[in-house]
Ligand binder design. Structure first.
Ligand code: GUN
Ligand code: FE
Length: 449
């Protein structure tokens, strides 16, 4: 550090301020991923710098490398913020979550269909009121940021006001967020039901107003096959053709009773995924939550269409849905991201989600390495959302949404990390013992929030 020209503060969290060039730098241990560890060797999948430097210019990543090499290239007025005893990583990406279910987490005793009927639908009725939506969106986004999640693919409710509220709050916070109004016109309470026409018109108006406004994007959001008529699913497919850059977000093969119900409701379809396929809902920007009970031919179809699955372990355990077959998804080369699925999921923390994800794979007799885990929580999510190069890692030009994890935030993590001899062991401990307490800082477009 002796010959660097930049102004380095050695406190663990020095005040950072923008310079005349809009450049800032962050020094510390840095990890990010370049590829899926299941597709390349583990060592090739990530970059790790024990003493790294992340240089940000106007909210975007300008450079990443060894601090000693990069510091000498920086102008003297660039303030360097140093983070000790922690790890700088890209912000987490939650590929399936319901903001409107934030306040009903931990509702007791039911599996999916009864849980929807008894808890979820009554909760979602409140979102006809835009002010209620804004209040819950504020709470939700604060929880996400505290947990180190900087981007999410989010379910609204059937009310267009719910999405309006969400986008208003997300825009104020300058976040990259994707959200959509739920489509559901059958098998749900009358006062939570839209129609084929109103669902189409409301979605279209929201797309026109919000899609690609600042960092916000829209997802056409049929709740799941049982609550949508074939006409409504077809109309969703038409809308997707009109706006090819919007997302498609729904649920798929989560629970065995649900799957049996879908085959009763759609007798002409060749399984659950085929219901969506017949309405042209599969594609590069289509994300299907859960996929716990998929047949091989369904995985093949997801892969052929470049669709993605959101793996939601805390939810799958909480609702007793089952253990997602990650190995099967890997064999068929299906894009997979990680989701909390709040309020069926039980934590906003992606680290806690990794902990439970690991256990679901143990129950299957499969291993989930910490590299694959942390890949899923960052770059894997970006790939699932077709946002590779924009978020999820620190390639040059990526948006600088990043977090700082603190190994010393809890005594247990502190003692356990100190005993680690390898990076692999350290990352595994982080993924098993970490939660929102270990997120020391969250940065959005380079700015600490
Ligand atoms: N399937 C249909 N709606 C929902 C929901 O709100 N949560 C979950 N986990 N599954 C669903
Ligand atoms: Fe869900």
């Amino acid at each position: 550090m002796s010959n660097n020209t930049a102004n380095t503060s050695s406190t663990s969290e020095a005040i950072s301020k923008a310079t005349s060039t809009g450049r800032k730098a962050y020094r510390g241990e840095v990890l990010h991923f370049l590829a899926d560890p299941a597709k390349v060797s583990e060592e090739e999948s990530y970059q790790y710098f024990e003493d790294g430097l992340l240089v940000i210019n106007n909210g975007l990543v300008e450079a990443l490398g060894n601090a000693k090499d990069l510091l000498i290239t920086l102008p003297a007025d660039v303030i360097v913020t140093q983070y000790d005893n922690g790890l700088i990583m890209p912000g987490f990406i939650d590929t399936h979550v319901h903001y409107a279910q934030s306040e009903m987490v931990a509702s007791y005793g039911e599996q999916l269909l009864e849980w929807l009927e008894n808890y979820t639908f009554p909760e979602e009725k409140q979102f006809a009121d835009i002010e209620h939506g804004k209040r819950v969106a504020e709470f939700f986004l604060t929880q996400l940021l505290d947990a180190g999640t900087t981007t999410a693919l989010v379910f609204g409710t059937v009310h267009k006001e719910s999405v309006e509220a969400f986008f208003i709050v997300a825009q104020q916070k300058k976040l990259r967020m994707i959200c959509g109004k739920v489509l559901m016109n059958q098998n749900c309470p009358v006062d939570l039901s839209d129609t084929v026409e109103s669902g189409y018109a409301d979605s279209k108006a929201l797309i026109e107003k919000w899609h690609n406004t600042d960092r916000l994007q829209y997802a056409i959001t049929p709740r799941f096959a049982p609550t949508c008529s074939t006409d409504q699913l077809n109309k969703a497919g038409e809308l997707l053709k009109e706006y090819p850059s919007v997302y498609l977000h729904t649920h798929l093969s989560e629970n065995k009773d649900e799957i049996a119900w879908v085959s009763e409701l759609f007798p002409d379809s060749d399984g659950y995924l085929d219901v969506y396929d017949k309405s042209s809902l599969l594609g590069r920007r289509s994300v299907f939550a859960h996929g716990v009970h998929l047949h091989d031919h369904e995985c093949q179809r997801l892969s052929d269409t470049n669709s993605a699955i959101a793996f939601c372990p805390t939810s799958n355990l909480f609702l007793g849905s089952g253990c997602f077959n990650l190995k099967q998804a890997e064999e068929f080369d299906v894009n997979v991201g990680l989701g909390t699925d709040i309020g069926a999921g039980s934590s906003f923390s992606m680290l806690t989600t990794l902990n439970e994800g690991y256990k679901t794979q143990q129950l299957r007799g499969d291993k989930l390495s910490p590299y694959k885990s942390l890949y899923l929580a960052t770059l894997g999510g970006a790939v699932a959302l077709d946002l590779e190069g924009t978020i999820g890692n620190f390639v040059q030009g990526a948006e600088a949404d990043f977090i700082v994890l603190d190994y010393q935030a809890t005594p247990l993590m502190d003692v356990r990390i100190k005993r680690c001899n390898t990076l692999t062991e350290k990352l595994f401990v982080l993924s098993m013992l970490g939660d929102d307490r270990h997120v020391k800082a969250t940065h959005i477009m380079g700015e600490k929030v």
